[in-house]
Write a protein that binds this ligand. Structure first.
Ligand SMILES: *[C@@H]1O[C@H](CO)[C@@H](O)[C@H](O)[C@H]1NC(C)=O
Ligand SMILES: *[C@@H]1O[C@H](CO)[C@@H](O)[C@H](O)[C@H]1NC(C)=O
Ligand SMILES: *[C@@H]1O[C@H](CO)[C@@H](O)[C@H](O)[C@H]1NC(C)=O
Ligand SMILES: *[C@@H]1O[C@H](CO)[C@@H](O)[C@H](O)[C@H]1NC(C)=O
Ligand SMILES: *[C@@H]1O[C@H](CO)[C@@H](O)[C@H](O)[C@H]1NC(C)=O
Ligand SMILES: *[C@@H]1O[C@H](CO)[C@@H](O)[C@H](O)[C@H]1NC(C)=O
Ligand SMILES: [Zn+2]
Length: 346
């Protein structure tokens, strides 16, 4: 099992640039499978048409495309869209500030806004709208991984730990090692098993039933920046409470398969479930204008909302960063948005 886990993460680094890929394929596929089951019929039609896929895993089949694409020369520009490096000070203080934390080159929050707009732009080509949809599917997953909304040590990539005796870093174990330990694999069939169990938790009578309605607050298609900032804030709070509750020193160089894993797993499960419900709600909102997902079935749906123009907030922002923040951003840019310096992770 440990051997399979290690092989999968090495593979995902080589093929999908794992260290900042956020949830590995297990997490992304599970998010997409959960979302699929809450799509309205119109949204199923829209997404199946745009993805040209009517198979039973039509959203999941493209859930990690963005991680492959970023590692191509053509897609390199999109590497920075997979995260927002919150310049906060965990564990004392966690928060995300769009103006402070989303740099000129963009971030996951501006990317979700951009591709939400582009997926519906009638003046864009089929291929561009299809790419936009694939990015939305992926980024709504990524934004629920707490270390994708945190600057500390390049989103935990530079915090060395061990997991089940293997060298790893904090970012990677949140992406892949801990979810794969829980589920026992990373194939589509494993994602299907995980999504089935999380769906039972989300639906009436399940352990998330009475909070899943609150997961949909703050959705506003006319302000996708505010909507995705809401998700980012929510995820980032777990950096202080669960990811580094005793600071970097509390995890650096430690074996994290025991108590740490036990405290992280409920958050990972909940974040995957939440991402699935929110992705469905967001896609339903884009296609039908109805913000909700129905946990029991669909009735009438409303009219499609046309997105008029990109929000003004994408423009240049004048925020004076403190010296340590400038340095932290320099370190991130030097590290890169994928596997980091050649050979570093081998
Ligand atoms: C999807 O919607 C189009 C019209 O937008 C319609 O022609 C087509 O039959 C629908 N397909 C399904 C499977 O509902
Ligand atoms: C859809 O997929 C089929 C094969 O599965 C292919 O022949 C067709 O060209 C595709 N259409 C588009 C618009 O990509
Ligand atoms: C929006 O997406 C397009 C196409 O991928 C990209 O060229 C552009 O830089 C993006 N804009 C922002 C603000 O992210
Ligand atoms: C597409 O339409 C939007 C709004 O209708 C406009 O802001 C944008 O510039 C157009 N893009 C292109 C490439 O024409
Ligand atoms: C973390 O591990 C990598 C090798 O996996 C090593 O290059 C790096 O120096 C280590 N960092 C620290 C802070 O120990
Ligand atoms: C959620 O459900 C649990 C029982 O499963 C109950 O104890 C709790 O009060 C409920 N919370 C809310 C906010 O309804
Ligand atoms: Zn990613």
């Amino acid at each position: 099992m440990a051997r399979i886990t290690a092989a999968s993460t090495i593979l995902s680094c080589l093929l999908f640039t794992s260290p900042t890929a956020a949830w590995g394929s297990l997490g992304h596929n599970t998010v997409a499978l959960i979302a699929q089951s809450f799509l309205s019929p119109q949204t199923v039609n829209f997404t199946q048409s745009l993805l040209n896929d009517t198979s039973s895993t039509f959203l999941a089949n493209v859930a990690t495309w963005a991680d492959s694409y970023r590692s191509t020369a053509e897609g390199r520009f999109s590497g920075v869209f997979h995260y927002i490096d919150a310049l906060d000070t965990p564990p004392e203080s966690c928060d995300v500030d769009f103006d402070r934390d989303c740099p000129e080159e963009g971030c996951i929050v501006s990317a979700i806004a951009n591709y939400t707009t582009r997926v519906q732009s009638s003046n864009l080509s089929f291929v561009e709208r299809q790419k936009a949809l694939k990015w939305v599917i992926h980024f709504v997953g990524d934004i629920h991984q707490p270390l994708h909304v945190e600057n500390l040590a390049v989103g935990g990539n530079q915090i060395n730990v061990t997991f089940e005796g293997e060298s790893a870093n904090l970012h990677r174990i949140w992406d892949s090692d801990m979810p794969e330990k829980l589920i026992g694999g990373y194939a589509m069939a494993d994602a299907q098993d995980w999504s089935t169990s999380l769906l039972a938790d989300i639906k009436p009578g399940g352990k998330y039933a009475n909070q899943s309605a609150t997961w949909l607050t703050g959705l506003n298609l006319e302000d996708p920046i505010a909507s995705s900032m809401h998700w980012a804030q929510d995820s980032n709070a777990y950096v202080c409470s669960t990811v580094v509750p005793e600071g970097q020193e509390g995890v650096e160089g430690k074996e994290l398969e025991g108590e740490y894993y036990d405290s992280a797993i409920p958050v990972i499960q909940q974040q995957i479930a939440k991402a699935g419900v929110r992705l469905a709600a967001w896609l339903n909102l884009i296609v039908t204008g109805q913000p909700g997902v129905s946990l029991t079935g669909y009735g009438a749906v409303g009219n499609k909302i046309a997105i008029e123009s990109p929000p003004a907030a994408w423009g240049k922002r004048d925020v004076k960063l403190e010296d340590w923040m400038v340095e932290a951003r320099r370190v991130r840019r030097a590290f890169g948005s994928d596997c980091g310096p050649a050979g570093h992770h081998h």
